[in-house]
Design a binder for this molecule. Structure first.
Ligand code: ADP
Length: 170
């Protein structure tokens, strides 16, 4: 699987699946989540509500991932995952890695060839950008999915892309 780093808005990516940094309610929020629901239209929220009414009555647990339609977005699926909130006193990085591993697994099961990821937890949830990139590249770099051929990390803003490129270069 090839890993690409691009600067941009995840909602405009022409890939099979985009990952949403959702919150456990699955009922919308700010950041990437807000942008995806705004541009994807109400079909995404309808499926999220159905998931809450069936499999995830208490919400989607942190680190897990579940797919819905992508509505009006160019992608075919949105894979919702819930990142951990950053903590300076507790190491929650295993949960952050779970987000990438589980989202990639769901994408692979769906038959997606190309998947775009935002920098999960690195916005409202406060995760330091450099470490968020390190966790993402660690999981994606070790993954050997059957069908996914490209994992695209979509960095929001030129500075975030620069940080990501620096982390990747080591
Ligand atoms: P979280 O609550 O998991 O921190 P956020 O959506 O607040 O999720 O932020 C995750 C990352 O996504 C941050 O780096 C943020 O700058 C970035 N981001 C925000 N909007 C978009 C977008 N439309 N496309 C790609 N990345 C985005």
């Amino acid at each position: 699987m090839e890993i690409t780093l691009v600067e941009g808005d995840i909602t405009t990516q022409r890939v099979d699946a985009i990952v949403n940094a959702a919150n456990s309610s699955l009922l919308g929020g700010g950041g990437v989540d807000g942008a995806i629901h705004r541009r994807g239209g109400p079909a995404i929220l309808e499926e999220c509500r159905a998931l809450r009414a069936s499999r995830y009555g208490k919400g989607l647990p942190t680190g897990q991932a579940v797919a819905t339609t992508a509505g009006k977005l160019p992608a075919r699926w949105v894979i919702h995952t819930v990142g951990p909130v950053w903590s300076a006193t507790e190491d929650r990085s295993a949960l952050l890695r779970d987000c990438y591993a589980n989202s990639l697994r769901v994408a692979d099961e769906l038959g997606a060839a190309t998947v775009a990821f935002p920098l999960v937890s690195a916005g409202i949830y406060g995760w330091p950008v450099e470490d968020a990139v390190r966790q993402a590249l660690g999981v994606l770099g070790a993954a050997t999915p059957a069908r996914v051929t490209e994992a695209r990390l979509v960095l929001f803003g030129a500075e975030t892309l620069r940080v990501a490129e620096r982390v990747r270069a080591g």
